[in-house]
Design a protein around this ligand. Structure first.
Ligand code: ATP
Length: 353
């Protein structure tokens, strides 16, 4: 187990800054997801931790020791990429045994590790199959197993599930979590998929445009996003953000109605944020919008509401009768579920009271 510290870490490519002043501590045995849209600097960060890229500024420390400058092979990290890197001319068993053998482990130890990993990743029935000809899903499972077999102190995974199909992705999410519990490794997982980050990570580092915006548990970033980017990026659909005028403890939203707040931030123009899941249908509710589209997704219904230019999404569960398109929809949002953001900077506004 290893603690990773990124200390004002930065990376430039020529005059382009891909990562600026990133401060992040990844604790011993923690599952940290680096989450953000394409190009935000996740892979750049990961490649510097792995040793494939050297930082332009700042330091990387493993358990207090500076590691930037240390060759990749000496860092004790396992790395799995989006595109599986496995030897297709070898059997599954040979692929899994490759790392432990290369590290000079005894035959008995190699055998133990291979059967352990194969069991964990459900590869036991195909240990003697040649890798060539196996499905993409299985190949990625082998790639993960191959890196895990050496039991690295740090396990880095860069979008390992982006090329596998949706059903398999769901299975792998729980298997990866199981793998980490089993070995208690420090795990850093790069993804642009908020669902992967939310379901697997102990904490999530949300990034955009080379900046770290927020670090927190999945519930923290979901409940208290630091800004409007995180608010929209986390959740499916993301948080509703509605222009509102606050006066006392009331936020007025043009053409929709008024929200009552838990405390009075004075008079201000704000973005009132609330999750689609906290929209409660209520015939006597203070808010009203027109129903534009109703999407039934299994037990959930996503209702797209509109009033003029303003759109709101509501997620209703099975106990509610879904409204019909073209109808008016009355609802309420409880004061505790409302977040306020500064419309100029996008930053979350401090809660008063
Ligand atoms: N070797 C390089 N030379 C120049 N620019 C680079 C290089 N590597 C990355 N970049 C740029 O740095 C930015 C961050 O890239 P990075 O790969 O870290 O993003 P990412 O968040 O991992 O996105 P993706 O999921 O698309 O890889 C991008 O704008 C990318 O074009």
């Amino acid at each position: 187990m290893t603690e990773i510290v990124l200390d004002t870490l930065g990376k430039d490519f020529g005059s382009f800054t891909a990562l600026r002043d990133m401060d992040l501590t990844i604790r011993d045995g923690e599952f940290m997801a680096l989450l953000g849209p394409s190009g935000c600097g996740k892979s750049t960060t990961m490649n510097m931790i792995a040793g494939m890229l050297e930082p332009t500024r700042g330091q990387i420390r493993f358990d207090g020791k500076r590691i930037d400058g240390v060759p990749m092979a000496k860092r004790g990290v396992g790395f799995v990429f989006q595109n599986y890197a496995i030897f297709t001319h070898m059997s599954v068993r040979e692929n899994l045994a490759y790392g432990p053998k290369a590290q000079g482990m005894s035959r008995a130890e190699v055998t133990r590790r291979v059967s352990d990993i194969a069991e964990l990743l459900q590869l036991t029935p195909m240990l003697d199959r040649r890798a060539a000809g196996l499905s993409v899903n299985i190949l990625q499972r082998i790639a993960i197993g191959r890196s895990a077999a050496v039991e690295p102190a740090i396990f880095l995974l860069d979008e390992p599930l982006s090329n596998v199909d949706a059903a398999f992705r769901a299975v792998m999410r729980s298997e990866l979590k199981g793998l980490q519990r089993r070995f208690s490794q420090t795990m850093v997982y790069v993804t642009h998929d908020q669902l992967e980050a939310m379901t697997m990570a102990d904490r999530i580092a949300v990034m955009d445009h080379g900046r770290l915006l927020q670090v927190g548990t999945p519930l923290e970033v979901y409940n208290n996003p630091s800004d409007t980017f995180v608010a929209r990026f986390i959740g499916s659909p993301g948080m509703n953000l509605i222009p509102a005028r606050v006066d006392g403890d009331t936020a007025h939203m043009d053409g929709i109605g008024a929200l009552t707040l838990t405390a009075a931030p004075g008079t201000a123009q704000v973005l009132a944020g609330f999750r689609p899941e906290v929209v409660h249908p209520d015939d006597d509710g203070p808010l009203a919008m027109g129903v534009e589209i109703v999407e039934h997704i299994g037990a959930r219904t996503i209702v797209h509401l509109r009033a003029g230019e303003t759109e709101v999404k509501a997620v209703l569960d099975a106990e509610h009768t879904a409204p019909r398109e073209g109808q008016a929809f009355r609802f309420r949002v409880d004061a505790a579920d409302i977040r306020l953001f500064d419309p100029a900077t996008g930053a979350a506004m401090k809660r008063h009271g």
